[in-house]
Design a protein around this ligand. Structure first.
Ligand code: SAM
Length: 245
């Protein structure tokens, strides 16, 4: 029992050290939280749950990313604080202002990830900061992130999903799936492994059956309530012996 506790403590302090190192020199991944006015309260809640998954995936990674939240203010900030009681202890960088202000001297570093981009991501460039659109909309707002980035003169890229998975188009996946794929890529340096370990087989099949070649589909994991509960329970258990979460 004491040995187990000691092992848990050791693993928690290793995780914390990795996250703190990532905060200084890890791959920058920005989550753009500037879409509260485009979502219903339920969608905001769902997005906040996805941010919890992102943080949880980052704490588990061997090579965590430097996780950055921008536009964390107003309704988004309030809801996230309700769902993530330990937010103030999270090893993340937060900005109340939008990424254009937070990165004003480094705009050429920014790459907005969007399924609508004509450019396919081949690898992750350590000098870039990759932006994920923090929105849950069941793809009601088509091209919203692509149009935003193009309007601001920011580079865009899409994940190379259809090269590695059985999908007929570049599907729109959830924020936490995109984040987890990127973190898995940082760990394995291989897209195939990153996709396969993130997107469940059933979802791959559903997506390939339903997707038409010229249509973007959104693959949701919001309905996996049991999975959410399990992850949240595990996270709470870990955080009881882990000062970094
Ligand atoms: C649920 S999606 C947003 C859907 C939104 N209607 C749109 O058109 O952008 C959330 C975010 O995940 C990222 N994303 C989703 N699928 C992607 C893909 N296939 N390639 C790159 N980024 C993707 C994008 O950053 C996107 O803003």
């Amino acid at each position: 029992m004491a040995q187990k506790r000691q092992a848990r403590k050791q693993s928690a302090s290793e995780k914390k050290a990795r996250l703190q190192q990532a905060l200084r020199e890890g791959q920058r991944i920005v989550i753009d939280l500037d879409f509260a006015d485009k979502m219903t309260p339920t969608e905001i809640k769902s997005l906040c749950q996805q941010l919890l998954y992102c943080y949880s995936a980052n704490t588990r990674a061997q090579n965590p990313a430097q996780l950055i939240f921008t536009s964390l203010q107003g309704a988004m900030s309030e809801q996230l604080r309700k769902q993530a009681s330990g937010l103030d202890n999270w090893v993340v960088t937060t900005h109340a202002e939008p990424y254009l202000t937070a990165f004003q001297d480094k705009l050429p570093d920014l790459v907005y990830l969007t399924a609508d981009s004509p450019h396919e991501l081949t690898s992750l460039d350590p000098s870039k900061a990759y932006i994920i659109g923090g929105i849950v909309d069941r793809n009601r707002h088509k091209n919203i992130c692509y149009n935003k980035a193009v309007g601001q003169g920011i580079s865009t890229a899409r994940l190379p999903i259809q090269d590695y998975l059985q999908m007929s188009s570049s599907p729109v996946i959830t924020v936490n799936q995109v984040f987890t794929i990127l973190v898995n890529f940082l760990d394995h340096k291989d897209w195939g492994t990153a996709f396969e370990t993130t997107i469940p087989q059933r979802k791959q099949i559903d997506a390939s059956n339903n997707g038409k070649s010229d249509q973007k589909i959104e693959v949701h994991i919001d309905d996996t309530e049991k999975e959410s509960e399990h992850i949240e329970k595990k996270r709470k258990l870990e955080s009881s012996s882990d000062a970094c979460t």
